[in-house]
Structure formats: C-alpha cells, structure tokens
Design a protein around this ligand. Structure first.
Ligand SMILES: NC(=O)c1ccc[n+]([C@@H]2O[C@H](COP(=O)([O-])OP(=O)(O)OC[C@H]3O[C@@H](n4cnc5c(N)ncnc54)[C@H](O)[C@@H]3O)[C@@H](O)[C@H]2O)c1
Length: 410
C-alpha cells in the first residue's frame, strides 16, 4: 500500500527528535563525509527509526539502499519518505516472499562497499551466489540470530569479509534486546488482542536477553510468568528471578499465552499443541517465524480462520482453539511499532559507527567476526548519558592507580 508522505515525515521527525546520539553522529557525518563515494546496502526493518539511520548514513556521503528485513515489519509511510529523499528502498508491508527476496537481491546487485544486515540474509546471499567479496569492505549485524549464522560461516572457514557483531555490544543487547523487546513484544500482543495480561499464565520460551525483558514486563502487568529453557544456567537464573521453570510439555496445558524468544526452531510444535490449553495465545518475538510451528498447527487443526487483524484461530478436532498472533513473525513488528525509539537510538548509533569503522578500516581487517570496538560502545554510552540527564563519577587519580595495581591488598 502506498504510504502517506506527511504522516511519514511526522513519524521520522518524531523518531529523530528522540534519537539524540544518532543525530549527533549525523551532524558529524555531514561535515566529515566518511562514506563519500561508497554504497551502503542495508537489510533492516524499514520504519521511521531505520529511516533516521539511513538519512544519517546518506548525510555522510553514502549511496544508501534499503530492503525489508521482514515481510511484515515495513512502515509504508517511512518508505515514502525514504524514496522522496532519493534512497532506493525495496519494502512494502505484507510483501510476498518473492518480493522480499527480490529486495535482498537488489541490495547485492548494487555492488555495496558496506553491508548492514539484520538476520544475515544479505550476507548469506553473498556467500551462496559469489566466490569473492567484490568491493565489500565488511558487514555489520544487528541481531542474535544473524550473529549465530555469521559464527557458523566463520567456523566453516567460508566468511569472505570482516563482520561486526553489533548485537553483542553492551549498548545493544543490554538495552535493545532486554528493554526494547521486553516492552515492544508485550505492546504487540496487547495491540493484536486487546486482552488483559493480569491473571494469565504467560509462558516465555527462552530466558536470554530478550526473554528476560519480556518476562519482567509480563510480570509487571500482573502475569503469572513461567519460563522454559534448554540452558541450565539460564533456567536457574529465571528461577532465582522468581519465575516458575518447567518443560514446554508441562507448560502448554496451563498456558494462556506462550511467547517464544529463543532464536531456535520448532520450540512449540505438534506434541505441545496436542495438550495445549483451550484459547491459548501463541506469539513469537524471535527473529524468524519458525519458533511456533505453523506447519504443525495447520496439520493438526480441523478449521482455521482469521478472527481479527493479527489473530488467526486454529480449531482442533476436540474443540480446543489456539490463537496464532502476527503469523508467528516478530510480534513487536508485525502487530506493534517495533522497539521504542530511545533504544534504537543506541542500536543505530552503534550501527552508524560500526559502518564508519568498516568504511575506514574494513579492507585491512581480517575476514572474521569482530566485536564492536570497545571505544565505540563506550562513546555511545557517554553520549547517551546527557540525553537522560545523567552525570556519573570519574575515577580519581588514586583510584585509577588502585584498580590498575596488583600489589595493593589489605
Ligand atoms: N523481536 C525483536 O525485535 C528482537 C530483538 C532482539 C533479538 N531478537 C531475536 O530474539 C531471539 C533471542 O535473542 P536473545 O538476544 O534473547 O538471545 P539469547 O541467546 O540471549 O537467548 C536465547 C535463549 O533461548 C534459549 N533457548 C534456545 N532454544 C530453546 C528452546 N528450544 N526452548 C527454550 N529455550 C531455548 C537459549 O538457551 C537462550 O537462553 C533471536 O532470534 C534474536 O535475533 C528479536
């Protein structure tokens, strides 16, 4: 659907006015032009906050091209703004898989110098269709699932260029995954259903950075939160944080809501659907739509119908019903507005600085997975403090010496 440019401008302006760290980087880029003559291809959720990142890169001299990182997460109004600004943008809300793949191919056809990826689909396309890196100086990766894929690529010895794991920076996962997914996944569920969390048994599958955020928010709304895990340490952490922990097979019969956020596949599948409580809501906040098995739902159900936007009812032979939200895709983007603006300020500031790092140093960096340079992580944190009205102490000279020495004890 064609977006509305006035609405789009309002959304982008609102985002930019709440992204002070990225805006400061944009102003520096405008004078320094670190991307002069370079093409940046980005596969991201195309919405207002992403537009702020794209415009910052363009201000730095980049020829920016964007494609959707998910068929359901596009904001058509933001797309209209980007196109009006002259940025080639391949994204339409609800696009077909063929359209989605064509967009990613177009990003590669642009012969990029720098890649910004979310889920590693563009990097995977480079590696499945090419034997050499071409002009590519390197790529940055936004999310946990993409980092897992890059690590596998690196381990197989096939990675063609340096990749920076933006997701693993402290200023990314401590805020974006935990507080961003925590708030926005719940927002997506509420928007899709208009139901009350208080009094519901809410099962959170995966107690990683995102799962911790979601579990805390659901508890804050009065949910009775149960955690499922495969990692014994994370399971203990969830228990010590005050949540019940049990296998999915035990959780499914008591669940009013199941939210997966694992980065894994088929976390909720046929054996769970067979014992699922009647009326259970099923949602996913993990990167790909494979965590709740739609195929198993379709195989087991005797009837299927949409019941309201973002909600599909599956009826089983014994009359029980399950409600799949947002087609099992990232619920915070499919039914909600994505992450809150402020956390994307941190994440996209890191993306902008990591892309600049690759533009400057990518050709001399080893073809492996790199951490975000610690000084960039710290620079984003330092720039973020005043935006929240915060000041912190500095080490005194005496303290600097003390923490640097091994000689001083009791
Ligand atoms: N919705 C969003 O906007 C958003 C934001 C950030 C991350 N993500 C995605 O969310 C997923 C999780 O990210 P994260 O940063 O929390 O990762 P993480 O690695 O910190 O945590 C994942 C957790 O899931 C657990 N897990 C794996 N398989 C499981 C299974 N079968 N059952 C139960 N638990 C299982 C792991 O042990 C781990 O503790 C990834 O796909 C990531 O890309 C989405």
């Amino acid at each position: 659907m064609a977006g509305d440019v006035v609405r789009g401008r309002q959304k982008v302006d609102w985002a930019r006015s709440h992204m002070p760290v990225l805006e400061a980087i944009r102003r520096r880029f405008e004078t320094e032009k670190p991307f002069h003559g370079l093409t940046v291809s980005a596969v991201l959720h195309v919405e207002a906050k992403t537009a702020a990142l794209a415009l910052a890169l363009a201000a730095g001299g980049a020829d920016v091209r964007l494609a959707a990182g998910n068929p359901l997460s596009t904001d058509d109004d933001a797309v209209t703004v980007l196109r009006e600004e002259g940025l080639e943008t391949w994204a339409e809300k609800g696009e077909s898989i063929a359209q989605y793949q064509a967009g990613i191919r177009a990003m590669l056809d642009a012969d990029p110098d720098v890649i910004i990826d979310d889920g590693a689909d563009l990097v995977a396309l480079v590696h499945s269709t090419r034997k050499d890196r071409g002009k590519i100086r390197g790529s940055t990766e936004e999310t946990t699932t993409g980092v897992i894929r890059l690590r596998a690529l690196e381990k197989s010895g096939a990675l063609l260029f340096p990749a920076i794991a933006v997701n693993d920076a402290d200023m990314k996962h401590l805020f974006d995954n935990r507080y961003g997914t925590g708030q926005s996944a719940v927002e997506g569920i509420l928007y899709a259903t208009n139901l009350l969390i208080a009094g519901k048994v809410c099962v959170v599958a995966g107690y990683g950075w995102s799962g911790k955020g979601v579990a805390a928010r659901l508890r804050g709304l009065g949910g009775d939160v149960v955690v499922t895990e495969v990692d014994p340490i994370r399971a203990l952490e969830a228990r010590f944080d005050g949540f019940r922990v049990m296998p999915m097979l035990d959780a499914a019969p008591i669940a009013d809501l199941i939210l997966t956020v694992t980065g894994d596949t088929r976390v909720v599948r046929e054996e769970h659907f067979r014992v699922l409580k009647d009326g259970c809501l099923l949602a996913n906040a993990g990167h790909f739509d494979v965590e709740v098995s739609r195929k198993d739902l379709e195989g087991l159900a005797v009837a299927h119908r949409p019941v309201r936007p973002h909600v599909e009812e599956y009826r089983f032979a014994d009359g029980r019903r399950a409600y799949l939200l947002g087609e099992g895709r990232l619920i915070n983007l499919a039914a909600g507005q994505g992450h809150p603006v402020e956390v994307m300020d941190f994440s996209f500031a890191l993306q902008a600085l990591s892309a600049e790092h690759l533009a400057k140093h990518g050709r001399s960096m080893a073809a492996k997975l790199h951490a975000v340079p610690v000084e960039l992580d710290r620079a984003v944190a330092l720039a973020a403090l005043p935006s929240l009205g915060l000041r912190i102490d500095e080490l005194t000279e005496e303290q600097r010496r003390y923490v640097a020495s091994w000689e001083e004890g009791t």
